[in-house]
Write a protein that binds this ligand. Sequence first.
Ligand SMILES: [Zn+2]
Length: 249
Amino acid sequence: MFTIDDGFYDHHDVAARVFDEFGFPLNFFVITGLLDQQLWPWDDQVSYALNHSRSEPTDIRLPSGTVYSVNLEVNSAKATVKEIREALKAGPQTEIYQWLREELFGKLGVDFPSSTPPEYRPMSWSDAKSLRERGHGVYPHTRTHRILSTLNPAEKREEIVGSLKRVEEELGYTPQVFAYPTGRPADYDSGDVNELGQAGFNMAFNTVPAYVRQGQDRYQLPRFSLPENTADFVQIVNRFEALKEKLRS
Ligand SMILES: [Zn+2]
């Protein structure tokens, strides 16, 4: 099966059209706060800020208290984005959106956009409805995309149950499938798995690149990300990668 996370407009306008053309269902995991136009994802805000910043070196204080030095002459914007995102994933993320606006955008001298930049526009709920009518799946992917393992129990519940409720209200059905934001095993914990079970979900996807095997924990289903080139893609979908794994072991 094919999945695509977050819920940007081009997932509906472009990706779904291609999958429709080949009669193949695509499964969308949507950040409900994005579709509700309350926010655009924190990880994309990090790239936007770095890609629009001046090049003078500056020190930023991460939410953890650690100081990180930005110097785009020495370290590329791409590498800096990666490092800041990695550091932010370790949390805490309770106040991440406020931190981005005040500390990151502030220190980098970048104006915080008054509306969502066009490249991070969401699909609409009516787009999501149309996807379901065309045979695709639409499921929750939290409300704000914050890393669940960095949040307290009440915040975890708000992310999981809150996003479930929004999908229910907008699409008129109860989703039972979920995907963790960024999805590394460190990005969620047993508290999240319990919360998913209590909320009525019966499976969840992470982003560990592997095949689903018999006996797999249904709240930790792995997924390969789309490779850069077609040859790698073909090797994954025809399970040639599984054969290589077997030969190596
Ligand atoms: Zn995501």
